[in-house]
Ligand binder design. Structure first.
Ligand SMILES: C[S@@+](CC[C@H](N)C(=O)[O-])C[C@H]1O[C@@H](n2cnc3c(N)ncnc32)[C@H](O)[C@@H]1O
Length: 356
C-alpha cells in the first residue's frame, strides 16, 4: 500500500472514531439508567453476564446485547473483567472500576444524576443548531432546539429542572471530600452567601463543617421556593432573588459553577454586585469562586480536553465559557478587585479567592 493509502485509512479510522464518540456517552447513560453500577455493587462479588441480566430484570434473550454493551464499557474503563466459577465452569465476571464506583448510589457523591442530566434530550438536541447559530441565528442553540433559554426552560419543565438540580447536587456533594482542607478559606468568616447556590447542597456541607458560619443560599425564586433550612446547626437559610439586581451582604460570596454560565459582560456585572455585597474597608471580605481554569501548559491532555468540552457545552446551552487564568484576571480587574489566589483543588475545578 502506498503512503497516501496508508494515511487515508488512518484518517478514516480517526474520523470514524470521532463520529462515534457519542456512542461512548450514550452507552454510559444506558448503563446508568439500567442501574448496572448498583447491580454490580449490590452483588457483593464479581458478577457474570447471566447474573447481571437477571439482576437488571432483563429477559435472558437480551444477554448477548447486554454483553455487547458491557464490552464497550469495559473497553472505555468503566468496568473491568475478572473470572469466577459458575456451575463448575470458569466464566468472565464484571467488577467496578474507580470510574463506575462514583456512579453507585451508596456513594454520597454518586454522579449518576450528572450523567443522565447532561445527556438528556434537551441538551443533546441543542447541538444540531450550533452551526446555524455560528452562521447568524440570534438564539443560542439550546433556545432554538427547545424554544426557551436554558433558565426559562428549567422554570417551565419540572422534569428537566429536577434532573438538573439532582445533577448539581451530586456534583456539589464532591465538596464533602475537600471541605476540611478548605479551613484557610472559610475560617474567620462570620457570614457567607452562596450566590446561584441551587438547592443548597454545597452551603449545607460548608455550614455543617463550619457551624460558626452563617450561610445563605441565594438563587432564583423558582429554585429556592419552599426550601426549609435543614441543617442541625441551624446556620443555613434561603433567599430568593436575581444576582443581576442585588446580592445580600456577607463577609464572603461563594459562586460555584455560576460565572462559567455567563459571558464576560454579565460576569463583570455580577462581580461588581458581589463587590458591593462584601466589606471593602477594615477587615475586607472576599469572593470565592469554584470553577474551571483552563491551563493547557500544566494540565494533562485528558483534563484539558474535558475542560474544552465544558467550554463548548457552555456555548451551546447557555451564554457562558470556560476561562484561562488570564481571562479570569481581566474580569476581576474590570470589576474593581485588586488581587486573587487560585488553588487547583477539585480535579476539573479550581478554587479562586478574589479580594477587593
Ligand atoms: C450551574 S448551576 C450551579 C448551582 C450550584 N452553585 C452548584 O454548583 O451546585 C447555576 C445556578 O445559578 C442560578 N441562577 C441563574 N441565573 C440566576 C440569577 N439571575 N439570579 C440568581 N441565580 C441564578 C441557577 O438557578 C442555578 O441554580
Amino acid at each position: 500500500m502506498d503512503q497516501e493509502a496508508i494515511e487515508s485509512f488512518q484518517a478514516q479510522a480517526h474520523l470514524y472514531k470521532h463520529i462515534s464518540n457519542y456512542i461512548s456517552s450514550m452507552s454510559l447513560k444506558c448503563a446508568v439508567q439500567l442501574g448496572i453500577p448498583d447491580a454490580i455493587h449490590n452483588h457483593g462479588q464479581p458478577i457474570t453476564l447471566s447474573e447481571l441480566v437477571s439482576a437488571l430484570g432483563a429477559d435472558p434473550t437480551k444477554a448477548s446485547f447486554t454483553y455487547r454493551l458491557m464490552r464497550v464499557l469495559v473497553h472505555s474503563g468503566f468496568f473491568a473483567t475478572t473470572t469466577k466459577v459458575e456451575n463448575d465452569q470458569e466464566r468472565e465476571a464484571y467488577v467496578l472500576t474507580p470510574f463506575s464506583k462514583i456512579l453507585t448510589k451508596e456513594k454520597v457523591n454518586c454522579l449518576s444524576p450528572f450523567v443522565v442530566s447532561m445527556l438528556s434530550p434537551a441538551m443533546i438536541n441543542s447541538w444540531h443548531f450550533l452551526g446555524d447559530w455560528i452562521q447568524g441565528t440570534k438564539e443560542r442553540p439550546f433556545e432554538t432546539a427547545n424554544g426557551k433559554t436554558f433558565w426559562e426552560y428549567m422554570d417551565h419543565e419540572p422534569e428537566f429542572k429536577t434532573l438538573f438540580h439532582d445533577a448539581m447536587e451530586s456534583d456539589s456533594q464532591m465538596m464533602n471530600l475537600v471541605v476540611k482542607d478548605c479551613k484557610p478559606v472559610f475560617e474567620g468568616l462570620n457570614s457567607l452567601v452562596d450566590v446561584g447556590g441551587g438547592t443548597g447542597t454545597i452551603a449545607r456541607v460548608i455550614s455543617e463543617a463550619y457551624p460558626q458560619l452563617k450561610c445563605t443560599v441565594f438563587d432564583l425564586p423558582h429554585v429556592v421556593a419552599n426550601m426549609p433550612p435543614t441543617t442541625a446547626t441551624g446556620n443555613l437559610n434561603f433567599v430568593a432573588g436575581d444576582l443581576f439586581q442585588h446580592i445580600p451582604p456577607a463577609d464572603a460570596i461563594l459562586m460555584k459553577l455560576v460565572l462559567h454560565a455567563f459571558g464576560d459582560e454579565d460576569c463583570i456585572k455580577i462581580l461588581k454586585k458581589c463587590r458591593e455585597a462584601i466589606p471593602t474597608e477594615g477587615k475586607k471580605g472576599k469572593v470565592v469562586i469554584i470553577d474551571i481554569v483552563i491551563n493547557v501548559e500544566k494540565d494533562e491532555d485528558a483534563l484539558t480536553e474535558a475542560k474544552l468540552f465544558f467550554d463548548m457545552l457552555m456555548m451551546v446551552v447557555v451564554t457562558g465559557r470556560e476561562r484561562t487564568e488570564q481571562d479570569w484576571e481581566k474580569l476581576f480587574m474590570a470589576a474593581g478587585f485588586s488581587h486573587y489566589k487560585i488553588t487547583p483543588l477539585f480535579g476539573l475545578r479550581s478554587l479562586i479567592e478574589v479580594f477587593p
